[in-house]
Design a protein around this ligand. Sequence first.
Ligand code: 3PG
Ligand code: MG
Length: 404
Amino acid sequence: MPKKTLSDLGPLAGKRVLVRVDFNVPLDKKTGAVKNDRRIRGALPTVQALLDAGAAVIAMSHLGRPEKATPEERANLTTDKVAARFGELLGRPVKKAANDVVGPAVSAAAAALKPGEVLLLENLRFDPREQQNDAEFAAAVAGLADAYVNDAFGTCHNDKDASMVAVPAAMKAAGKPRAVGLLVEKELTIVDGLMTAPKTPVLAVMGGAKVSDKIAFINALLSKVDSLLIGGKMAYTFLKLKGFDVGATRVAEEELAAATPLLGHVGGKITLPVDCLAAKSSDLGVTQVVEVGGAIPADYEGVDIGPKTLALFAGKINQAATVIWNGPVGWFEQPAFSAGTKGVAAAMADSGAVTVVGGGETAEAVEQFGYDSKMTHVSTGGGAFLAYVEGRKFQSLAQIDDRG
Ligand code: 3PG
Ligand code: MG
């Protein structure tokens, strides 16, 4: 059943709209500055559309994991800097509700909003009730506005966050409408299209550290794709199982156990690297290319795919009509180990295929190398992208009103 979107909310002039955004953006560890504003930019069309319709917007997000932070780290997790960047990008001031997430000062700030004005709440996770899906907290948040919009695709898989589940439930109890925003609508439409009627042949590229984290995702992909290329740290798990000596590359026992059931696909749908770049553990500046079939020296570890693998992967990407990518194929944060990840991004950008990049660090890599605008879609969801591809049903979306 299709969900309500912005156009189903009815006349919004003079209304207050609560918009759950995912402004959980990477921050500079020392200064707390916003390092990447892609998720903020992603929510702008929805916020702008609501303001254009004459509404006032109350935006809310979590930022980082304050419950696990030291007091100094926690101080950097206030949404002040996010509010400033949001205002710059929106081209109008964003008011900031101080200190508490809810309470009399916040209610007063919300009540004072005029059409066209924007308020950003304090980091939702500063109130522990946010992650307890707490009904009383949710009722207080819901009381701030007349309608609810979920535009936080990156957080849609969190089933216990009050702002995602209990708040829309409280809105419903108060007879207020709930819709998805333009970003969530776009993200869902793209992944739905990928999983139901992709242009074939479909190829996926996977990387990242752990097979065990992505096993459900890999299985979901294997049922859809014609070909799956595996690079990154997880490739060494498979290569080790195939008898390749991975030297000092650390591969945990549970990773080997997770990858074992997939071995039957290697050489079929799954393609592994044929060579790799290895660096000396005691001096990462010393590197050598090692062919699979040879052995990584005992004091070296794998840090990137090698040149033959990149050529192999690029050739396959070039033949595909749809390419889905999740997980860097090497340690791309180190410029000397970034050739594989950069090369995969370049091959996708040049392929003419429909190209979809899962969020998180893959999206950061694509942006860092300047290929983001050349992709069909770069998701704002990391875990949410994986979970949605896996076919998981989200409680957050179940809360949104069905259309008509
Ligand atoms: C994310 O980046 O995964 C989302 O913003 C959710 O954040 P979380 O992983 O801390 O729940
Ligand atoms: Mg997450």
